[in-house]
Design a protein. Structure first.
Lengths: 83, 560
């Protein structure tokens, strides 16, 4: 389950945000604190998560303290989907 | 004529309870700061600067984030007669090493006597100091004198003359030596008089801004003008806005905001990234001007913004433009607020090849140019050809300006000042033309990229790329390509490596992305690593940016 969420997220990040479709995003790779995703693209990521998985990411959660890699983001999504 | 401290004293005397600033922080209630509190907070800093033996006329660098300390320390420096200059705070995007190097370079040119920062950041600041440099005090925000009502008879800031430098505004270069634009009290007030007149600024106005204070648009329009004019300011931070752009609309609706300034990309960003549910019940009918400034202005961006928000009461004539720069304090031109900016259709080919703006000959491809308005009443504009001669209306040339609110000079940089000023005219480095008395800005003289309102020099990005293992010096090219959807330029870096292996290319692209972003705080949209001999050079061996840009765009098109 988390696996399939992560594949979708990784694909979105590499294709839509980084525009490097061949770029692999590792599950534990830092995506915010590393500067890989800038703040403008963070809003896009949040909107994508909401549209794709039907869960809300609040704007106060768009920072490296809340999630900094795909594993953490996928786990937030899963927890909220169960509710 | 007057000076900053006298103006503050007058607001305190007449309207001590009037709110100067509503300070907003995500997740916290808004903090209203009336003038009496603004001056108590500022006075704590003025007394601290006196304790630290800071002399009037000396520079103090403020390294603080959005918040009370930044507001109080700025006005505290004013009350003390010192010259405040705000430096961007370190963000997680930028590497601390690069930040320290930039700070050290700034200190070596500007020669500040003091730096103000947080206790947690003190070590970082001290890391940029050297024995024998100008900084005598690093002042931390938890070791201030207590807040108290100011005694204006004792304040050194009351004894400044109107020709003294009031503040420094550092231009937003990516790396290297920064230029601090030095502005006098007289220049700032002359600008505020002329600009307020163009806006018909009045008692009913409320300014709403999230713009950073280290940039002229935020510092002047979104900080100095409201506070010195007695117009309430609702101030939030760019970090909060970029994560929740709907909060701008929320503030307009809640405070009946009337005026805001935005860079062009922000119109697209707001139009695309705000959910309907975030806008429920909002009333934007009080907004009388949303002024597009600091990036090339695009009619398409205004159109998208209006379409998105008109059902919430946004008026079409609220969308306006200004052409502005720190060297003129801020505004150079302003569109007429009573009607939408003029939009001209011009012939694309004549524009490209003859450098002239004329209506399209029947059926030929046209492009839309949006006016930045007429020069302010105190500012004169000329359009010059490459020999410095005036050109006729409609012909494109370099924009030059003269006014009674120009910079005193680039601080401690007589070389740069001399280069920029010619017979009392400031050469802007921007290209544009005049039509029926209005200024249309069409581009930049230098290869500068403007991304999200920030100026980026491609050679800085190329130099950073050469630092990445596998990329040889001279084998990288950086340029901007306009992104219609984003309403601003995307940064592209192309780098050649010896290998033709695509996996290796991905690896190097990653390294470039990380290294350049960490050292410039610029996010890269396209990083393309290629094999040998991709990059086109001129006959003299120089990299031809425009030719490489065309080649890149063609390949992008082929890929679909």
């Amino acid at each position: 389950m988390a696996e399939s969420i992560m594949i979708v997220l990784a694909d979105y990040v590499s294709v839509k945000i980084l525009k490097q479709p061949n770029r692999k995003i590792r599950p534990e790779e830092a995506i915010i604190s590393s500067g890989l995703i800038d703040s403008f693209s963070l809003v896009d990521l949040a909107l994508f998560v909401e549209d794709t998985f039907g869960v809300r990411i609040d704007d106060s959660e768009l920072n490296a303290q809340t999630f900094d890699n795909l594993t953490q983001l996928a786990s937030i999504i899963q927890t909220r989907q169960k509710k | 004529m007057t000076i900053f401290s006298e103006r503050l004293q007058s607001h305190l005397g007449r309207t001590p309870e009037r709110v100067a600033v509503y300070l907003q922080h995500s997740g916290q209630p808004d903090l209203p700061i009336p003038y009496h509190q603004l001056l108590r907070g500022a006075n704590a800093y003025a007394r601290t600067f006196a304790r630290e033996k800071l002399q009037p006329g000396e520079v103090v660098i403020l390294i603080l984030q959005h918040g009370e300390n930044l507001v109080y320390s700025f006005w505290g420096a004013v009350l003390h007669g010192a010259i405040p200059s705000i430096m961007p705070f370190l963000t997680e995007k930028l590497s601390p090493e690069r930040y320290r190097a930039d700070l050290a370079a700034l200190i070596s040119v500007t020669k500040p006597a003091a730096v103000v920062t947080y206790p947690e950041f003190e070590a970082e600041v001290r890391g940029a100091l050297k024995d024998g440099d100008s900084v005598r005090a690093v002042i931390v925000t938890n070791k201030l004198e207590p807040q108290a009502d100011p005694d204006f008879n004792m304040l050194a800031g009351m004894k400044r003359s109107e020709n003294d430098i009031a503040l420094l505004q550092h231009s937003s270069g990516t790396t290297g030596l920064q230029k601090g634009v030095a502005l006098s009290h007289r220049a700032v007030f002359n600008q505020l008089d002329a600009y307020s007149q163009a806006l018909n600024l009045n008692n009913g106005d409320v300014i709403v801004s999230w713009l950073p204070l280290y940039h002229d648009m935020g510092l002047i329009a979104g900080f100095l003008m409201p506070i010195l004019s007695g117009v309430p300011l609702v101030l939030s931070s760019p970090f909060d806005w970029v994560r929740a752009p709907y909060k701008l609309m929320q503030s307009i609706s809640q405070y009946k905001g009337t005026l805001s300034w935005l860079p062009n990309f922000a119109y697209n960003f707001c139009a695309q990234k705000i959910r309907d549910r975030s806008l429920e019940g909002m009333d934007l009918s009080s907004w009388r001007a949303v002024i597009n400034c600091s990036e090339p202005v695009r009619w398409e961006s205004h159109h998208a913004f209006h379409e998105r928000f008109k059902s919430y009461g946004l008026k079409l004539e609220a969308l306006q433009c200004s052409y502005a720069m720190a060297e003129n304090v801020f505004g150079v031109t302003q569109t007429d607020l009573s009607r939408p900016p003029k939009v001209e259709e011009i012939d694309r080919e004549s524009f490209m090849t003859e450098r002239v703006a004329r209506p399209p000959a029947n059926g030929r491809p046209a492009m839309k140019m949006m006016s930045s308005g007429k020069p302010l009443s105190n500012t004169r504009i000329r359009i010059l050809d490459e020999h410095g001669k005036d050109v006729r209306d409609g012909k494109i040339g370099e924009i030059a300006l003269q006014s009674d609110c120009m910079l005193t000079g680039y601080y401690n940089r007589p070389d740069a000042t001399e280069k920029a000023l010619h017979d009392g005219w400031y050469l802007t480095g921007d290209y544009g033309y005049i039509s029926e008395g209005e200024v249309f800005v069409s581009g930049r003289k230098k290869d500068m990229i403007i991304v999200g309102g920030k100026n980026v020099y491609p050679q800085d990005l190329e130099s950073l790329t050469y630092e990445v293992p596998g990329v040889h010096a001279g084998r990288s090219v950086a340029f901007g390509i306009f992104n219609d959807e984003a309403g601003t330029e995307d940064v592209v870096i192309i780098a050649e490596v010896d290998s033709e292996d695509s996996l290796e290319h991905e690896k190097v692209a990653d390294l470039i992305r990380q290294h350049v972003t960490k050292n410039s705080a610029i996010a890269l949209r396209h990083v393309k690593v290629v094999g040998p001999k991709w990059i086109l050079k001129t006959s003299s061996g120089k990299t031809a940016r425009s030719a490489n840009k065309e080649k890149f765009l063609k390949e992008l098109e082929l890929q679909g």
